[in-house]
Design a protein around this ligand. Structure first.
Ligand SMILES: [Zn+2]
Length: 170
């Protein structure tokens, strides 16, 4: 009986990746113009467990009606949306993005209604960053719903932005 092929000392089995292999989880997603350099992650496990800011990329397949307190009802148009947020609690960016990427959850924040109606494609992460600075860097983008996620901000009109696709696809 032939001997099993010798194992090289020091090698360990690599965990199997789920889904397609990503050569570099940071470089393959084109970022909106003006966004500071940040790593794009599609899996919360790729995010650090430290505090920081993030920019979610959400695609909305159909119009979504949203009502904010003391504001008129607004219908978000289908397409690409960006949401700037921050994670300061336990588990940092990793824990927060795990929640955003989960497809089943009890809606707690307004953004949960958007992520449940659409698909979270991933997020750019900025350890130690500030979400309002991300909004300021993307000030050229359209605000579909003033007041969304920005009630505690001094300068932001909204933390939800519309990022149009040039060639008309989602
Ligand atoms: Zn803000």
């Amino acid at each position: 009986m032939a001997a099993a092929p010798p194992h090289k000392p020091g090698t360990v089995a690599r965990p199997r990746r789920r889904g397609p292999a990503l050569p570099d989880a940071g470089a393959d997603e084109p970022a909106p113009e003006g966004l500071p350099p940040g790593r794009f992650i599609r899996d919360a496990g790729q995010a650090p467990d430290s505090p920081g800011a993030y920019l979610l990329l959400i695609t909305l397949p159909a119009p979504l009606r949203v009502v904010l307190p003391r504001r008129a009802e607004v219908t978000l148009p289908p397409g690409r949306l960006l949401y700037a947020g921050s994670a300061r609690g336990p588990g940092g960016l990793r824990a927060r993005l795990a929640r955003h990427l989960r497809t089943e959850k009890t809606p707690h924040w307004h953004i949960d209604r958007v992520t449940l109606a659409g698909t979270v494609q991933g997020a750019w992460v900025f350890p130690g960053g500030d979400e309002c600075a991300l909004v300021a860097a993307l000030a050229h983008l359209r605000v579909p719903l003033p007041g969304f996620g920005s009630t505690d901000c001094r300068g932001c009109v909204s933390h939800l932005l519309a990022w149009p696709v040039e060639d008309g696809e989602l």
